[in-house]
Design a protein around this ligand. Structure first.
Ligand SMILES: [Zn+2]
Length: 390
């Protein structure tokens, strides 16, 4: 922690400290310091490896023991504090909030915003629970992840863990992941575009220097999208993996669909080319697209007579039944709207492919997607279908 209260009641904040080493060493000898959250006794650490800070004594954990304070975390927190202070004089470091009983790294009172700089790995449920505590107290939360967590497989493909999904910030209905590196003093903004597998995510990203931005402009980011040819290339590659090696993931959805297609005389690798395609907001569904889209194409649509119509609500109800049975998985922080956005995104692609036609708020089935007879034919057809998408 960067802040402590002295035995005479004054606050020493290392994020703002102007004292030199000698006078601090003197102060340390003559004064005791206490944690502002739990009043526990703390030790002043004036080493060379880490930013100067206070630490609880080993046997006395705090009321809100949270992030393990690495040097990376302490430096980042200090830099973010100074940066925020340029725009908001009311920013506070490590303020204990009695209402959610939490001590966020930073707190912006004027925006009712708790800011957490998260560098270590924690359970997704813990992170979600912490966010919920803030929401229940009427506060918003902004998670900034340590840049060292950012794992890019290759350009546009990121590995995003479920914990990171829980740290997403929604800005203008767009999920955005924020990372910060205290060495380079850079923010990385990662914007999920499509989910390929539960953790393999197609993203666009942007690097922004701390010194040239403000929280106001960070919260109005210019979100870029990928070119059509890039999207096609990525999805074609992914479809090849699904067809050549469908055993890659052994989820409930995988076994469920494998059994269903087997009954229909096919195998999973011969799924229709109209499934496993990019569609907007598909990232709210954790289950890979080729599985849930095959269910829509081959089960839901198959049960409809030609020319008959259905509504999004109708599809969504059947789909939610699969979710409640644990067959299809959605992102934990996904809201009902997210599932409908994903379904709507896919239906709109099926309209482009002339599988469906829109009639007012209903969808009419025009063409029934079918399984392929061989992987070679399927791969050729995939290429054609992807190039027909807009
Ligand atoms: Zn404490």
């Amino acid at each position: 922690m960067l802040k402590a209260v002295s035995s005479v009641g004054s606050i020493l904040n290392f994020a703002e400290n102007k004292e030199g080493l000698d006078s601090l060493i003197k102060l340390r000898k003559t004064t005791d310091f206490y944690c502002p959250s739990c009043n526990g006794s703390v030790v002043m650490r004036l080493g060379q490896k880490k930013v100067w800070h206070f630490a609880h004594r080993a046997h006395a954990p705090c009321v809100d023991p949270w992030e393990v304070e690495s040097s990376y975390h302490l430096s980042g927190k200090e830099q973010l504090y100074r940066w925020l202070r340029n725009e908001h004089a009311d920013v506070e470091v490590e303020t204990y909030l009695p209402e959610p009983r939490k001590r966020p790294d930073l707190f912006l009172k004027s925006r009712n915003l708790a800011i957490e700089y998260q560098c270590s790995s924690i359970e997704e449920a813990l992170l979600q629970h912490r966010s919920d505590s803030y929401y229940q107290s009427g506060l918003d939360v902004w998670w900034i992840l340590g840049k060292s967590r950012l794992r890019s497989k290759y350009r546009f493909i990121h590995s995003v863990s479920s914990m990171e999904w829980a740290a997403v910030k929604m800005i203008n209905h767009t999920p955005i992941l924020f990372y910060y590196c205290p060495f380079e003093k850079l923010f990385s903004l990662v914007v999920p575009q499509y989910s390929l597998t539960p953790t393999k995510i197609v993203c666009t990203s942007q690097i922004i220097s701390l010194e040239t931005t403000s929280i106001t402009s960070l919260f109005q980011p210019h979100v870029t999208t990928l070119s059509h040819s890039h999207i096609n290339w990525i999805w074609l590659k992914q479809k090849r993996i699904w067809r050549m090696n469908p055993h890659g993931e052994k989820s409930y959805a995988y076994f469920y669909m494998r059994k269903l297609l087997y009954k229909k005389g096919g195998t999973l690798r011969l799924f229709p080319s109209e499934a496993g395609i990019p569609s907007s907001s598909n990232y709210w569904i954790e289950t890979p697209a080729y599985l849930w889209q095959s269910w829509i194409s081959l089960v839901f649509l198959q049960n409809l007579r030609p020319k008959s119509t259905f509504t999004l609500h109708h599809l969504s109800n059947s789909f939610k039944e699969l979710i409640s049975r644990g067959i299809i998985k959605v992102r934990t922080q996904s809201f009902e709207e997210g599932i409908e956005l994903s379904l709507r995104g896919y239906l709109s692609q099926l309209i482009t492919l002339s599988v469906l036609k829109k009639r007012g708020d209903r969808y009419e089935k025009i063409h029934q997607p079918a399984m392929h007879h061989s992987v070679e034919i399927a791969l050729k057809s995939d290429e054609r279908v992807l190039s027909n998408l807009s």
